[in-house]
Design a protein around this ligand. Sequence first.
Ligand SMILES: NC(=O)c1ccc[n+]([C@@H]2O[C@H](COP(=O)([O-])OP(=O)(O)OC[C@H]3O[C@@H](n4cnc5c(N)ncnc54)[C@H](OP(=O)(O)O)[C@@H]3O)[C@@H](O)[C@H]2O)c1
Length: 388
Amino acid sequence: MSRTVRAYAITAEAVARERERVGGDLENMDISRVIELDKLDLPDVGPNAVHMRILAASAEHNIAHAATADTVNIAEARGGRMFPGNSALGEVLEVGPAVTDFKAGDIVITHCNGDPDEFGFPKRIWAYDQPESIGWYGEESVVGDWQLISAPLDCGLNLWEIAALPLRAPTAYHMWRRALGIYRLKVPVERQAVLNVMGFGGGVSELFLQLAKSEGHNAFFCSGSPERREALEKFGIVGIDQKRFNRFAGNDDVKAFRKHVSQLTNGADMHIVCDMLRGPVFPAGLAVAAREGVNTSAGWQLSQVVEYNSTLMSVKQVTLDHTHYETIYGCHAATELYGKVFRPTVHKEIYSFEDLPRAFHEMYQNTQTGIPIIRITDDMPDSVKGLI
Ligand SMILES: NC(=O)c1ccc[n+]([C@@H]2O[C@H](COP(=O)([O-])OP(=O)(O)OC[C@H]3O[C@@H](n4cnc5c(N)ncnc54)[C@H](OP(=O)(O)O)[C@@H]3O)[C@@H](O)[C@H]2O)c1
């Protein structure tokens, strides 16, 4: 029997209204005015489907892309209304007759690989550009069982930390294994065991660096947030204050950064750089690339287009790699590392369901001290109460 639940939606109309209010100046957009509480009719639970209620979700940047329409106007492309949310932790309420991996009462997390290609990489992302896909910023959902992974409740993380990882951890996991594999094609481990690895501010980069550190490499976190740098320093990841270099506003800032990194690494520079931001961060990342280095990205928060000196990159044997999200197998593997390697920094406020739009606006304004988590329900099942 179908059910109607409360869920957040983004409409093309709300995007247009807010864009008009700020005269097209995207930086001044108030995302909380674009994400609106709506009603969603859940489909019946088919043979391979799982009906779950959402317990917690992390805020993800694709909402900012959807709400500002900075890359594509995805709400318009999805027929004028979309139900976003592609990272969640939930409790199974009911399963279809063909589902064998889950049962009512199980706690699960989601992945957002919406349409794997022949090698498993996503052609489309769930609750973003995958047609008909309904996201998880709502009270309940009906999803295919292939979209779920058992939540590792005994991994040592608390509930909010587990909820921080379903989207960011697989992204970091894929970027790390790809970047390392590319570097190793050029420089085998017997020629150089320990690498210098740097990430620019952000949750994916933090997890990327935790992977590097767990495998014995030197890790550096270049961020403007003292709280986030401090959180990583507890794991032996060295902080670099990005604001000391004016977030690379000019050539002199990049030069000063280059000099600082050279001193920090005894002239070796960075063998692997994770850059989810692009914009001014991109030339800074390339400037500190070691010979044979790899610069990897799955994001374009500050700009979609980059420019580089092809000759110089050829001479230095530097590789630029572009990734997106993990394969489904990779998402399962990344989940095995929760608590063992991945220990996310969570923002100090856990937002309520009603405050979800504000959580997104604050993320857009970059005022949070860690990954933002939204508690979707007050009524938590007994199985997770000890993790709160
Ligand atoms: N393709 C994928 O599968 C995938 C998955 C996850 C994320 N992403 C993309 O990757 C990007 C980062 O996501 P995330 O989840 O890692 O980020 P996050 O945890 O939300 O953090 C965003 C970071 O952006 C940095 N930032 C904001 N404004 C900046 C500016 N003007 N200059 C320099 N840095 C700035 C901040 O670093 P400071 O600490 O320096 O302030 C902040 O920590 C987003 O664009 C997201 O869409 C892609």
